[in-house]
Design a protein around this ligand. Sequence first.
Ligand code: ATP
Length: 553
Amino acid sequence: MKYSDLCIYYERLEETTKNLEMRDIVAELFKEVSSDELEVIALAAMGRIYPSSVDKDVGIAGKLMQKIISRAYGATQKEVVEKFKETGDLGKTAEYFCRNKRQRSLMKKDITVEKVFRNLRSLSETVGSGSEGRKEGLVKELLVSAEPVEARYIVRTTIQEMRIGVGEGTVRDAIAKAFGVSSDKVEDAYFKLIDYGKVARIAKEEGEEGLEDIEIEVGRPLMVMLAERSESLEQAFGEYENVALEVKLDGFRGQIHKDGDRITLFSRRLEDKTEQFPEVVEWARECLKPDRCIIDSEIVAVDDSGKPLVFQNLSKRIQRKYDIERLKSEIPVQVNCFDLFFVDGENYMEKDLRTRWKKLCEIVKEKEGKFRLVEHIETDDLEEANKFYQKALRENQEGLMVKNLDASYQPGKRVGYWQKVKEVMEPLDLVIVEGIWGEGKRSNWISSLMLAVRDPDTGEFLKTGKMATGMTEEEFAEITRKMEDLIVKEEGRRVKVRPELVVEVGYEEIQKSPKYKSGYALRFPRMIRFRYNKSPEDADTIERLKNLYNKQK
Ligand code: ATP
């Protein structure tokens, strides 16, 4: 497909805000392209370069993009910055200079979608010394061949700021509409493949049957099951006929795949964290009896006496790419297995929890303090449940998971087969979308952070208040470092960033507010911790904010 043809769809999408219309436009696009093209087009529709299962980043932020635009079109950097200030959009900035460029290109030729994606994907492979120049070359090559509208979308895709409002929900429904399959089946298939490109292709070529037949593959991550929040133990307990209670540990979700000697560990965001945890690999080889299996666990940091430590500690290990052996001894961990997806060719996800837990107990050979089964009881006695809960709280655990023993493993969906019970007023997981450089003592830091909730329908992030407290100096420095890489726009002391960073935020109250796009403002928001284990798609939604507001009333 010619990139200019795709851009016609982008423009149509940009012109509407109606969900159904967007779905129809995307469906029309999907129907127009061949199966081979569809894999990339399904991602391109969301402005994504990779499926979410691929942990890669093109590494071009606003500043570098400005430089590339100026070089591609022979404008000065100052002119580019000025135009950017005026439009607030690097895509439109590039479009403008492309239209008025001083250097006529001799290389003008049609660019294809495939060529754009080939170059953009090469960006993430371009590392090491001199990489900035080579990155520049890859994007410039596209920009000099581009028509103005193409330049707009190439730039926006590169910096991951698409502004067309197409999220995963739209793509899911568009695949369903284009190929006459149900949205639920599309979503279930996505939970196994974590790639809407592949799902779209199967829907087109094999229809609903093809989607149903997708097999679990050891080594390829699966979407995990999530929990709903419950008001109280009593309420959660009353939800199901047969209940299992487990301690809710505060660590990180570890999906462990064993294929003979090959162990892979995926985080909740389905990123491959195998290298960061060599001891988990060793234990999994030793403690998981089957030749091939996939299990679900919570990995917690522990102190010398084997007591769990708070999550903050563990995030160092999750993120670190070097010095792994040193961190391994500084921050020891413990694996707590609680569920299972697959054992030796058999899919356990459709079986009930009772069966899954029984099998899990059979296949895990516990290793004291290192690789264990989570504390789990099955009871219909609320008193006993409460004792279990109080004990967990006394041991400084987060709370309890209350699970329906008769339910299958439901990936990705908060359908209410698991409930979590915690003591405190629930904090929110919010995304940082803007910041303001501090003054005086704080002038080296971005010290005021604009927070936003997610709108799952449009993929947009809606502002809900500024946070300037709760952070230590170290955290201010860390957040500034991270935000600097994500800046897409600067205006005086104010910076706009790509919505990437998720933070857990406490607050005193939720108020209605016309000032923010979400319609709500948080009173006295304060930072609790970074949520490096969460992607922006995991952040709390506008729906939840509304519910909390109503509940509070
Ligand atoms: P929270 O912020 O409260 O940890 P969350 O938003 O990360 O929750 P939820 O689906 O609400 O995710 O809660 C489930 C999470 O709790 C899981 O992702 C897992 O990491 C963790 N967890 C800890 N202990 C257990 C357990 N016994 N069973 C299932 N999940 C557990």
